[in-house]
Ligand binder design. Structure first.
Ligand SMILES: Nc1ncnc2c1ncn2[C@@H]1O[C@H](COP(=O)(O)OP(=O)(O)OP(=O)(O)O)[C@@H](O)[C@H]1O
Ligand SMILES: [Mg+2]
Length: 138
């Protein structure tokens, strides 16, 4: 139904949130309910910030169907050594720069999972990380 893809640059704090803002706008135009919109918007923002802060750059994708919304990301390096640890609340390797801007609570991945109907993450150390999140349209 609707597809979009976004390039996200490493360290691009000055344009941070642009992809997730565009995703939110697209969903609003499609008449997606506020409840669903909020779940997707929270997740897309956390997804975008993680690529900016923790990866070497990547892409985000949006796919909107009648009943389902899918958010996906794919980035280049450094990957995550221990995905289970990274998924735990409060775990963060955010650097001082990111922390000075209020990031690094270690809540992004847990929040994505909490908001999702289905959440999948895979990562290869030194190569990159892939996330697919599915939301039921309510
Ligand atoms: N795309 C990624 N590439 C490499 N490491 C990642 C990626 N996403 C998350 N991580 C690792 O997982 C940790 C936890 O991520 P999470 O989003 O939960 O917290 P955070 O980004 O550190 O802080 P917050 O999201 O609360 O600002 C990160 O600190 C980082 O070590
Ligand atoms: Mg994060």
């Amino acid at each position: 139904m609707v597809h979009a893809e976004y390039d996200i640059q490493k360290g691009a704090y000055n344009s941070a949130g642009e992809a997730s803002a565009d995703i939110k706008r697209k969903l609003q135009q499609l008449g997606i309910s506020p409840v669903t919109l909020r779940r997707v918007a929270v997740s897309s923002y956390e997804m975008e910030m993680n690529i900016i802060i923790h990866s070497l750059g990547g892409t985000m994708g949006l796919c909107v169907d009648k009943d389902w919304i899918t958010l996906s990301s794919k980035d280049q390096g450094p990957g995550i050594e221990d995905v289970e640890l990274a998924m735990s609340e409060g775990y963060s390797t955010a650097d001082d720069d990111a922390r000075s801007m209020g990031f690094g609570a270690g809540m992004g991945l847990p929040n994505m999972k909490r908001n999702a109907d289905d959440f999948r993450i895979t990562s290869q150390l030194g190569e990159g990380t892939q996330i697919t999140i599915t939301f039921k349209v309510m």
